[in-house]
Design a protein around this ligand. Structure first.
Ligand SMILES: C[S@@+](CC[C@H](N)C(=O)[O-])C[C@H]1O[C@@H](n2cnc3c(N)ncnc32)[C@H](O)[C@@H]1O
Length: 322
Protein backbone atom coordinates (compact mmCIF):
# COMPACT_ATOMS: atom_id res chain seq x y z
CA UNK A 1 0.00 0.00 0.00
CA UNK A 2 0.98 3.60 -0.45
CA UNK A 3 0.26 6.20 2.21
CA UNK A 4 -2.25 8.88 1.21
CA UNK A 5 -0.41 11.82 -0.43
CA UNK A 6 -1.36 14.37 2.24
CA UNK A 7 0.00 12.08 4.98
CA UNK A 8 3.25 11.54 3.04
CA UNK A 9 3.70 15.29 2.64
CA UNK A 10 3.16 15.88 6.37
CA UNK A 11 5.64 13.16 7.28
CA UNK A 12 8.35 14.62 5.04
CA UNK A 13 7.65 18.05 6.54
CA UNK A 14 8.72 16.71 9.96
CA UNK A 15 12.26 16.24 8.59
CA UNK A 16 12.57 19.68 7.03
CA UNK A 17 15.51 21.68 8.36
CA UNK A 18 16.98 18.75 10.34
CA UNK A 19 20.61 17.81 9.47
CA UNK A 20 20.60 14.47 7.63
CA UNK A 21 23.43 12.83 9.61
CA UNK A 22 21.75 13.62 12.96
CA UNK A 23 18.41 12.41 11.68
CA UNK A 24 19.99 9.14 10.51
CA UNK A 25 21.52 8.63 13.94
CA UNK A 26 18.09 9.23 15.52
CA UNK A 27 16.56 6.66 13.15
CA UNK A 28 19.25 4.11 14.09
CA UNK A 29 18.65 4.61 17.81
CA UNK A 30 14.88 4.33 17.44
CA UNK A 31 15.11 1.22 15.23
CA UNK A 32 17.45 -0.43 17.74
CA UNK A 33 14.88 0.12 20.50
CA UNK A 34 12.02 -1.24 18.39
CA UNK A 35 14.07 -4.32 17.43
CA UNK A 36 14.93 -5.10 21.04
CA UNK A 37 11.37 -4.42 22.23
CA UNK A 38 12.72 -1.93 24.80
CA UNK A 39 10.88 1.26 25.73
CA UNK A 40 11.48 4.34 23.57
CA UNK A 41 10.47 6.64 26.40
CA UNK A 42 13.91 7.46 27.78
CA UNK A 43 15.58 7.77 24.37
CA UNK A 44 18.11 10.54 24.69
CA UNK A 45 17.00 12.50 21.63
CA UNK A 46 15.72 16.03 21.09
CA UNK A 47 11.92 15.94 20.56
CA UNK A 48 12.16 17.19 16.96
CA UNK A 49 14.53 14.30 16.05
CA UNK A 50 12.53 11.70 17.98
CA UNK A 51 9.28 12.78 16.32
CA UNK A 52 10.81 12.99 12.83
CA UNK A 53 12.51 9.57 13.20
CA UNK A 54 9.22 7.96 14.33
CA UNK A 55 7.19 9.65 11.60
CA UNK A 56 9.60 8.75 8.82
CA UNK A 57 10.39 5.17 9.72
CA UNK A 58 7.71 3.78 12.05
CA UNK A 59 4.50 5.66 11.23
CA UNK A 60 4.18 4.32 7.62
CA UNK A 61 4.71 0.75 8.84
CA UNK A 62 2.31 0.95 11.78
CA UNK A 63 -0.24 2.66 9.55
CA UNK A 64 0.00 -0.26 7.09
CA UNK A 65 -0.47 -2.81 9.90
CA UNK A 66 -3.40 -0.84 11.34
CA UNK A 67 -4.93 -0.56 7.88
CA UNK A 68 -5.00 -4.36 7.59
CA UNK A 69 -6.42 -4.76 11.12
CA UNK A 70 -9.07 -2.08 10.68
CA UNK A 71 -10.17 -3.61 7.38
CA UNK A 72 -10.78 -6.83 9.28
CA UNK A 73 -12.46 -5.01 12.19
CA UNK A 74 -14.85 -3.24 9.81
CA UNK A 75 -15.69 -6.60 8.18
CA UNK A 76 -16.24 -8.49 11.44
CA UNK A 77 -17.76 -5.97 13.85
CA UNK A 78 -21.02 -4.02 13.76
CA UNK A 79 -20.75 -0.38 12.56
CA UNK A 80 -18.81 1.89 14.92
CA UNK A 81 -19.50 5.58 15.43
CA UNK A 82 -16.87 6.33 18.06
CA UNK A 83 -13.24 5.31 18.58
CA UNK A 84 -10.86 5.56 21.53
CA UNK A 85 -7.18 5.28 20.47
CA UNK A 86 -4.98 4.55 23.53
CA UNK A 87 -1.26 5.35 23.17
CA UNK A 88 -2.21 6.92 19.85
CA UNK A 89 1.24 8.21 18.87
CA UNK A 90 0.52 10.45 15.89
CA UNK A 91 -2.72 8.56 15.20
CA UNK A 92 -2.06 5.87 12.52
CA UNK A 93 -4.71 3.54 14.00
CA UNK A 94 -7.35 6.29 14.03
CA UNK A 95 -6.52 7.25 10.43
CA UNK A 96 -6.80 3.62 9.36
CA UNK A 97 -10.09 3.22 11.25
CA UNK A 98 -11.51 6.29 9.49
CA UNK A 99 -10.52 4.81 6.13
CA UNK A 100 -12.43 1.57 6.83
CA UNK A 101 -15.36 2.60 9.04
CA UNK A 102 -15.94 5.77 6.98
CA UNK A 103 -17.36 9.13 7.97
CA UNK A 104 -19.94 7.55 10.30
CA UNK A 105 -16.99 7.20 12.68
CA UNK A 106 -17.77 10.72 13.85
CA UNK A 107 -16.19 10.77 17.30
CA UNK A 108 -12.48 10.00 17.76
CA UNK A 109 -10.62 10.38 21.05
CA UNK A 110 -6.83 9.92 21.09
CA UNK A 111 -4.94 9.49 24.36
CA UNK A 112 -1.21 10.11 24.08
CA UNK A 113 1.15 11.16 26.85
CA UNK A 114 3.90 12.50 24.58
CA UNK A 115 3.09 16.13 23.70
CA UNK A 116 5.12 16.07 20.48
CA UNK A 117 3.41 12.98 19.07
CA UNK A 118 0.03 14.38 20.16
CA UNK A 119 0.76 17.69 18.41
CA UNK A 120 1.77 15.93 15.20
CA UNK A 121 -1.27 13.66 15.40
CA UNK A 122 -3.59 16.62 15.89
CA UNK A 123 -2.33 17.88 12.52
CA UNK A 124 -3.51 14.62 10.88
CA UNK A 125 -6.74 14.36 12.86
CA UNK A 126 -7.86 17.90 13.65
CA UNK A 127 -11.42 16.80 14.45
CA UNK A 128 -10.32 14.24 17.04
CA UNK A 129 -10.21 15.06 20.73
CA UNK A 130 -6.62 14.73 21.94
CA UNK A 131 -6.07 13.96 25.62
CA UNK A 132 -2.45 14.30 26.72
CA UNK A 133 -2.43 11.84 29.58
CA UNK A 134 -1.41 8.41 30.85
CA UNK A 135 -4.20 6.07 29.70
CA UNK A 136 -3.61 3.79 32.71
CA UNK A 137 -4.75 6.66 34.91
CA UNK A 138 -8.08 7.18 33.11
CA UNK A 139 -10.40 5.24 35.38
CA UNK A 140 -12.85 4.29 34.08
CA UNK A 141 -11.96 4.67 30.41
CA UNK A 142 -14.49 6.85 28.57
CA UNK A 143 -17.04 4.63 26.77
CA UNK A 144 -16.63 4.36 22.96
CA UNK A 145 -17.81 1.83 20.37
CA UNK A 146 -14.32 0.67 19.39
CA UNK A 147 -11.12 0.92 21.45
CA UNK A 148 -7.75 0.43 19.78
CA UNK A 149 -4.32 -0.23 21.29
CA UNK A 150 -1.76 -0.18 18.50
CA UNK A 151 1.84 -0.98 19.49
CA UNK A 152 0.96 0.52 22.87
CA UNK A 153 0.84 -2.46 25.26
CA UNK A 154 4.29 -3.92 24.62
CA UNK A 155 6.05 -1.60 27.04
CA UNK A 156 3.77 -2.61 29.94
CA UNK A 157 4.23 -5.55 32.29
CA UNK A 158 2.03 -8.49 31.22
CA UNK A 159 -0.36 -8.08 34.20
CA UNK A 160 -0.75 -4.36 33.55
CA UNK A 161 -1.43 -4.96 29.85
CA UNK A 162 -4.11 -7.46 30.86
CA UNK A 163 -5.71 -4.91 33.20
CA UNK A 164 -5.74 -2.25 30.45
CA UNK A 165 -7.47 -4.66 28.04
CA UNK A 166 -10.02 -5.62 30.71
CA UNK A 167 -10.73 -1.91 31.27
CA UNK A 168 -11.03 -1.42 27.50
CA UNK A 169 -13.46 -4.36 27.22
CA UNK A 170 -15.55 -2.84 30.03
CA UNK A 171 -15.60 0.56 28.28
CA UNK A 172 -16.21 -0.52 24.67
CA UNK A 173 -19.69 -0.88 23.21
CA UNK A 174 -18.59 -2.97 20.21
CA UNK A 175 -15.01 -4.24 20.53
CA UNK A 176 -11.31 -3.80 21.15
CA UNK A 177 -8.52 -4.07 18.54
CA UNK A 178 -4.94 -4.73 19.63
CA UNK A 179 -1.90 -4.59 17.33
CA UNK A 180 1.62 -5.62 18.37
CA UNK A 181 4.87 -6.35 16.51
CA UNK A 182 4.79 -9.68 14.67
CA UNK A 183 7.56 -11.15 16.81
CA UNK A 184 7.47 -14.09 19.25
CA UNK A 185 7.24 -11.52 22.06
CA UNK A 186 4.43 -9.53 20.41
CA UNK A 187 2.50 -12.73 19.67
CA UNK A 188 2.96 -14.04 23.24
CA UNK A 189 1.31 -10.87 24.54
CA UNK A 190 -1.52 -11.15 22.01
CA UNK A 191 -2.07 -14.82 22.88
CA UNK A 192 -2.24 -14.01 26.59
CA UNK A 193 -5.16 -11.64 25.88
CA UNK A 194 -7.35 -14.03 23.86
CA UNK A 195 -9.60 -14.87 26.79
CA UNK A 196 -10.62 -11.27 27.47
CA UNK A 197 -13.60 -11.23 25.07
CA UNK A 198 -15.29 -12.94 22.14
CA UNK A 199 -12.64 -13.38 19.45
CA UNK A 200 -13.58 -11.78 16.12
CA UNK A 201 -10.18 -12.14 14.35
CA UNK A 202 -7.71 -13.45 13.40
CA UNK A 203 -8.67 -16.68 15.21
CA UNK A 204 -11.73 -18.47 13.90
CA UNK A 205 -12.87 -19.52 17.39
CA UNK A 206 -11.86 -19.38 21.02
CA UNK A 207 -10.34 -22.90 20.79
CA UNK A 208 -6.75 -23.14 22.14
CA UNK A 209 -4.17 -21.64 19.76
CA UNK A 210 -2.41 -24.42 17.76
CA UNK A 211 0.89 -22.52 17.38
CA UNK A 212 3.68 -24.79 18.58
CA UNK A 213 6.78 -23.68 20.48
CA UNK A 214 9.06 -21.68 18.20
CA UNK A 215 6.20 -20.64 15.91
CA UNK A 216 4.04 -17.57 16.24
CA UNK A 217 0.93 -16.22 14.52
CA UNK A 218 1.72 -13.09 12.58
CA UNK A 219 0.91 -11.34 9.34
CA UNK A 220 2.62 -8.82 7.05
CA UNK A 221 1.61 -5.51 5.54
CA UNK A 222 3.62 -4.11 2.65
CA UNK A 223 4.22 -0.39 2.50
CA UNK A 224 6.07 1.68 -0.07
CA UNK A 225 9.17 3.44 1.17
CA UNK A 226 9.91 7.05 0.35
CA UNK A 227 13.35 7.89 -1.04
CA UNK A 228 14.17 9.71 2.20
CA UNK A 229 13.21 6.55 4.15
CA UNK A 230 15.51 4.47 1.93
CA UNK A 231 18.40 6.88 2.39
CA UNK A 232 17.89 7.04 6.17
CA UNK A 233 17.71 3.27 6.63
CA UNK A 234 20.30 2.42 3.96
CA UNK A 235 18.00 0.00 2.10
CA UNK A 236 17.47 -0.30 -1.62
CA UNK A 237 14.03 -1.96 -1.76
CA UNK A 238 11.12 0.27 -2.70
CA UNK A 239 8.94 -1.29 -0.01
CA UNK A 240 9.09 -2.82 3.44
CA UNK A 241 6.99 -5.56 5.00
CA UNK A 242 5.74 -4.75 8.48
CA UNK A 243 5.17 -7.93 10.48
CA UNK A 244 2.38 -7.68 13.04
CA UNK A 245 0.26 -9.80 15.35
CA UNK A 246 -3.24 -8.71 16.25
CA UNK A 247 -6.43 -9.54 18.07
CA UNK A 248 -9.92 -8.17 17.62
CA UNK A 249 -12.18 -8.84 20.58
CA UNK A 250 -15.91 -8.28 20.36
CA UNK A 251 -18.34 -7.51 23.13
CA UNK A 252 -20.90 -9.87 21.64
CA UNK A 253 -20.59 -12.99 19.55
CA UNK A 254 -19.49 -12.29 15.95
CA UNK A 255 -19.21 -14.22 12.71
CA UNK A 256 -15.57 -15.25 12.42
CA UNK A 257 -13.75 -16.45 9.30
CA UNK A 258 -14.13 -20.12 8.43
CA UNK A 259 -10.33 -20.46 8.19
CA UNK A 260 -7.49 -17.94 8.29
CA UNK A 261 -4.49 -18.14 5.94
CA UNK A 262 -1.45 -18.00 8.24
CA UNK A 263 1.45 -18.17 5.74
CA UNK A 264 2.21 -16.93 2.24
CA UNK A 265 0.25 -19.24 -0.12
CA UNK A 266 2.53 -21.70 -1.94
CA UNK A 267 1.97 -21.71 -5.70
CA UNK A 268 3.21 -24.86 -7.47
CA UNK A 269 2.45 -26.03 -11.00
CA UNK A 270 -1.19 -27.17 -10.93
CA UNK A 271 -1.50 -26.78 -7.17
CA UNK A 272 -1.94 -24.07 -4.56
CA UNK A 273 -1.25 -24.98 -0.95
CA UNK A 274 -2.61 -22.86 1.87
CA UNK A 275 -1.52 -23.10 5.48
CA UNK A 276 -4.66 -22.20 7.41
CA UNK A 277 -5.82 -22.03 10.99
CA UNK A 278 -9.36 -23.18 11.72
CA UNK A 279 -11.04 -23.94 14.99
CA UNK A 280 -7.85 -24.64 16.93
CA UNK A 281 -6.03 -26.57 14.20
CA UNK A 282 -3.26 -25.48 11.84
CA UNK A 283 -3.51 -27.46 8.61
CA UNK A 284 -2.42 -27.47 4.98
CA UNK A 285 -5.15 -27.23 2.36
CA UNK A 286 -4.27 -28.40 -1.15
CA UNK A 287 -6.28 -27.00 -4.04
CA UNK A 288 -5.59 -28.71 -7.38
CA UNK A 289 -5.96 -26.86 -10.66
CA UNK A 290 -8.82 -29.17 -11.60
CA UNK A 291 -10.97 -27.72 -8.83
CA UNK A 292 -11.54 -24.68 -11.04
CA UNK A 293 -13.67 -22.43 -8.84
CA UNK A 294 -11.66 -22.94 -5.67
CA UNK A 295 -8.36 -22.74 -7.57
CA UNK A 296 -9.43 -19.35 -8.99
CA UNK A 297 -10.40 -18.20 -5.48
CA UNK A 298 -7.10 -19.45 -4.03
CA UNK A 299 -5.10 -17.50 -6.64
CA UNK A 300 -6.53 -14.30 -5.19
CA UNK A 301 -6.03 -15.14 -1.54
CA UNK A 302 -3.15 -13.64 0.42
CA UNK A 303 -1.51 -14.31 3.78
CA UNK A 304 -3.98 -13.11 6.42
CA UNK A 305 -7.08 -13.59 4.28
CA UNK A 306 -10.12 -15.80 5.00
CA UNK A 307 -10.48 -19.18 3.37
CA UNK A 308 -13.87 -20.81 3.19
CA UNK A 309 -13.43 -24.40 4.36
CA UNK A 310 -16.31 -26.57 3.17
CA UNK A 311 -16.64 -28.38 6.51
CA UNK A 312 -15.18 -27.80 9.96
CA UNK A 313 -11.80 -29.54 10.26
CA UNK A 314 -11.04 -32.03 12.99
CA UNK A 315 -8.56 -30.64 15.49
CA UNK A 316 -5.04 -31.79 14.71
CA UNK A 317 -5.87 -32.90 11.17
CA UNK A 318 -2.66 -32.11 9.30
CA UNK A 319 -3.63 -31.97 5.61
CA UNK A 320 -6.79 -31.81 3.58
CA UNK A 321 -7.76 -31.08 0.03
CA UNK A 322 -10.04 -28.16 -0.75
C1 LIG B 1 5.24 2.46 19.91
S1 LIG B 1 4.28 3.91 19.99
C2 LIG B 1 2.86 3.49 18.98
C3 LIG B 1 2.09 4.68 18.57
C4 LIG B 1 0.90 4.41 17.66
N1 LIG B 1 -0.21 3.82 18.37
C5 LIG B 1 1.31 3.57 16.49
O1 LIG B 1 0.70 2.53 16.25
O2 LIG B 1 2.23 3.96 15.76
C6 LIG B 1 3.58 3.77 21.63
C7 LIG B 1 2.88 5.07 22.00
O3 LIG B 1 2.10 4.85 23.16
C8 LIG B 1 2.29 5.94 24.03
N2 LIG B 1 2.04 5.43 25.37
C9 LIG B 1 2.60 4.32 25.94
N3 LIG B 1 2.08 4.13 27.17
C10 LIG B 1 1.20 5.14 27.38
C11 LIG B 1 0.36 5.49 28.46
N4 LIG B 1 0.36 4.76 29.58
N5 LIG B 1 -0.45 6.56 28.33
C12 LIG B 1 -0.44 7.31 27.19
N6 LIG B 1 0.35 7.04 26.13
C13 LIG B 1 1.16 5.97 26.22
C14 LIG B 1 3.74 6.37 23.81
O4 LIG B 1 3.96 7.71 24.19
C15 LIG B 1 3.87 6.17 22.30
O5 LIG B 1 3.51 7.32 21.58
Amino acid sequence: MQLPADIRARIEAEAEGLPFADLRRAVELLSERYRSGASTRDLNLAPSFRTAAYMLTRFPATFAACDAVMREAAARLPACESLLDLGAGAGPASLAALAHFGPSLGEITCVERDPYFARTGAGFLPHARWIQSDFAKLKPLPPHDLIVLSYALGELAREEAARVVEAAMAACRVGVAIVEPGTPRGFALIESLRGKGEIAAPCTSGAPCPMKAGDWCHFAARVERSSLHRRLKGGTLGHEDEKFSYLILARNETRTASARVIRHPQHRPGLIQLRVCADGAALDVKIPHGDRARFAAARKIAWGGDWDLPTAPRTGEPTRSA
